[in-house]
Ligand binder design. Structure first.
Ligand code: 13P
Ligand code: 13P
Ligand code: MG
Ligand code: MG
Length: 372
């Protein structure tokens, strides 16, 4: 077959019990919509899931990246779920991430998060999709750096000659809407100089340098930068291809054994550990969190998603190997919360600019007197 595109498009269109979880009826309506699209030949295959209060539409098709047809389909699904389920059930923050009234060609910049990868399907095509809740796209920076640039994480960078050419990282400056491509290992220090600033420089995609094979793509939209105010966190997603000259699945998962700190917990205003969980635990509770990530593994076969028991993906973090990360994450969560509203548990002033905190500070403005 010709090239196939894997699109993962997500949005929070309202949820059960505050920002806790997507309602099963929302998933059902999205599935019905996508089944019709499959029968009409718009998509080859699909899988609907959630991470916390974010509804995730995984689709395969032959329309390429940034296809108006696919983006409009996703937009219409989010609208339909909002109108048919979120509003009648009065779910919390119905239609939260749909920041624009009408569709205008591409959902990027309209609220939903998008990760899309157009590929020539290899003889065997394993890939993992990740989705996180209560965080922002910069949450992927550290794991992606480890997976594709750190030989102490990815043995293949040392052992497999097919990876010795290194990987090229496309880094977005989300404030300016510009990007730069950096070749690793040659420019590894420049890469870290940028992506260490997780709120501004985020990894958009990664190529294998030698042949420009596209290996990973991530969603990079920042809702607050689109809306100009806090409307919910971006809650990013990404797609990572594995094996045969790319990092092995186990090398892709290994960084998530360390529950690193990410921004976006409670009211999008706090740092917290990103804990890896299975789908059954993809729901935020304690202080609206802690931030969570799910990882779903598939094989692609002629554009069709191959999983377990029919179409169920491998629910990769639902495993004892990640119990330690979850336990450590909860210890860190507890430690951070003991700081209350003091930095660095709460985010710095630049990020708080988009929340309701400036309104609180405004009230005090007139009362500030000159130092005597
Ligand atoms: P509310 O004012 O809607 O309770 O906002 C708090 C919150 O959950 C931010 O998204
Ligand atoms: P979401 O971005 O997941 O909707 O969370 C909003 C929030 O403020 C949770 O405390
Ligand atoms: Mg929400
Ligand atoms: Mg969310």
């Amino acid at each position: 077959m010709s090239s196939v595109t894997i699109s993962l498009i997500k949005a929070d269109v309202g949820s059960l019990c505050g920002h806790h979880i997507v309602h099963p009826k929302q998933i059902e309506v999205a599935q019905e919509f996508l089944e019709k699209a499959k029968v009409r030949g718009i998509v080859l295959d699909y899988y609907v899931f959630n991470c916390g209060d974010d509804l995730e539409l995984l689709m395969t098709h032959e329309e390429g990246e940034n296809s108006q047809r696919i983006h409009e389909l996703a937009w219409n699904i989010f609208k339909e779920v909002t109108e048919k389920v979120s509003k009648p059930l009065k779910l919390y923050a119905a239609g939260q991430d749909l920041l624009k009234e009408t569709f205008s060609g591409n959902v990027k910049g309209m609220g939903p998060g998008v990760a899309e990868i157009e590929i020539e399907e290899r003889p065997s095509e394993p890939f993992v999709v990740f989705a996180a809740d209560k965080t922002e796209p910069g949450a992927w920076n550290l794991p992606l750096y480890k997976i594709f640039a750190d030989p102490s994480n990815t043995a293949g960078l040392v052992i497999d000659p097919n990876m010795h050419g290194g990987f090229s990282f496309r880094v977005m400056d989300v404030k300016k809407g510009k990007y730069v491509d950096l070749e690793c290992p040659k420019e590894i220090y420049e890469l870290v100089a940028l992506i260490g600033t997780t709120g501004r420089y985020v990894i958009d995609r990664i190529y294998r340098s030698e042949d420009k094979l596209l290996a990973a793509v991530a969603s990079t939209s920042r809702l607050s930068l689109i809306a100009g105010k806090y409307v919910g966190k971006d809650d990013p997603c990404m797609i990572v291809r594995a094996q045969h000259g790319l990092p092995a699945v186990g090398e892709i998962l290994a960084p998530f054994g360390f529950p690193h700190l990410v921004a976006g917990w409670m009211r999008g205003s706090h740092n917290g550990p990103l804990i890896p969980v299975g789908l059954k635990d993809a729901r935020c509770t304690f202080f609206d969190g802690p931030p969570r990530v799910v990882g779903l593994g598939f094989q692609l076969s002629n554009g069709k998603l191959v999983g377990l028991k029919g179409k169920e993906p491998a629910d990769i973090f639902e495993d004892v190997a990640f119990d330690g990360a979850r336990r450590k994450g909860m210890e860190i969560a507890d430690y951070l919360r003991r700081h209350g509203e003091f930095m660095p548990a709460r985010l710095g002033p630049e990020e708080m600019e988009y929340t309701t905190l400036p309104d609180v500070l405004k009230k005090l403005e007139e009362r500030f007197a000159e130092e005597k």
